[in-house]
Design a protein around this ligand. Structure first.
Ligand code: SAM
Length: 249
C-alpha cells in the first residue's frame, strides 16, 4: 500500500530526532525535502542514504506529479522540511492534499515543532492559543494584522525573523498596549536558548538593548486580551440576572 510519511526533524539539537523518524527515513524509497543540501547533513549524521528530491509548495505541478506517481506505483515516500514539523510554516500542504485526494494513506511521524516547544515553556496560558505563523514583512500590513488580533483573548503565537524582531515588538506594544505580557523564545534546543517574559514595552527595550537577542531563530508569544469581564459589566450582568429571576415562575 502506498504511504506518504510526514516526518518531523529536530529544530536545533539533533538528539531530538525520534527513533521512528530515523527508521522511516532509512526505509522509504524516496525522501522529498525542502532543501536537499540542508537535509544531506541530517542524513549523514544518522547514516541515511535514501534518495532525496527537492519539494516546495511552489514546486511545479510536474514535481508534485512525479511524487504522486511514485506513491501510486506503491512506493513509500517521506516528506521532511529543513527543521521541525512539515506544513507548519513549511511546505507540504499541496502534496498532502493531493495524496489524500487520491486515497493514499498519509502518516505523521510526530516530533519537534518550534511553536509547541515555545508555548510549553513560556508561562503564558496554553489552554487556548492561536498560531499566527509569520506576520507580513511590510509595516502597514503587519500593523493591520496586529489590529485584527488586538481583542483576541487567546495566547497569540508568531514566528519572526531576527532582523525584524525589535520593530515587531514595538508595533505589538503600540497596538496591544505596552503592559501586555509577552515572551521571546529564541534558539530553542541550541546553545544560546533564551526564554524571556516581560510586558511588551519592557521586552521591546530589552531586545533593542542587546543585539544578541536579535539573532537566531525566534518565536514570539503574546498574552491574549484580558478574559475577565470588567467589574462594571459584572454588576450589570447581576442586575439583569436579578430581573430575569424575578420573572421566572
Ligand atoms: N516547521 C517548523 C516548526 O515545526 O516549527 C517551522 C519552520 S519556519 C520556516 C522557521 C521558523 O520557526 C523560524 O523563523 C523561527 O521563527 C521558528 N523556529 C525554528 N526553529 C526554532 C528554534 N530552534 N528556536 C526558536 N524558533 C525556531
Amino acid at each position: 500500500q502506498a504511504l506518504l510519511y510526514i516526518v518531523a526533524t529536530p529544530i536545533g539539537n539533533l538528539a531530538d530526532m525520534v527513533p521512528r523518524a530515523i527508521e522511516v527515513l532509512q526505509c522509504a524509497d524516496l525522501v522529498a525535502a525542502e532543501d536537499t543540501r540542508h537535509s544531506q547533513r541530517l542524513f549523514s549524521h544518522f547514516d541515511i542514504d535514501t534518495p532525496l528530491m527537492a519539494y516546495h509548495d511552489h514546486s511545479d505541478d510536474r514535481r508534485t506529479g512525479q511524487i504522486l506517481q511514485k506513491l501510486e506505483q506503491g512506493q513509500t515516500v517521506a516528506l521532511i522540511s529543513d527543521a521541525g514539523t512539515p506544513l507548519i510554516s513549511d511546505p507540504g500542504y499541496r502534496l498532502v492534499r493531493e495524496a489524500r485526494g487520491r486515497g493514499i494513506r498519509v502518516v505523521p511521524i510526530p516530533g519537534a515543532c518550534a511553536f509547541v516547544a515555545a508555548l510549553s515553556a513560556a508561562g503564558l496560558p496554553s489552554d487556548r492559543f492561536s498560531f499566527e505563523g509569520f506576520l507580513p514583512a511590510k509595516s502597514g500590513a503587519r500593523e493591520k494584522a496586529l489590529q485584527g488580533l488586538a481583542s483576541d483573548d487567546r495566547t497569540l503565537v508568531f514566528y519572526e525573523a531576527p532582523h525584524r524582531v525589535a520593530d515587531t515588538l514595538d508595533a505589538m506594544a503600540a497596538v496591544f498596549g505596552g503592559d501586555r505580557e509577552a515572551v521571546i523564545a529564541r534558539e530553542i534546543s541550541k546553545a544560546f536558548e533564551t526564554v524571556h517574559l516581560a510586558p511588551l514595552e519592557e521586552l521591546a527595550a530589552w531586545v533593542r538593548a542587546d543585539r544578541n537577542q536579535q539573532r537566531g531563530e525566534i518565536v514570539l508569544l503574546v498574552r491574549g486580551a484580558d478574559r475577565r469581564p470588567s467589574a462594571e459589566l459584572d454588576g450589570e450582568a447581576q442586575r439583569v440576572m436579578k430581573l430575569l429571576m424575578a420573572e421566572l415562575p
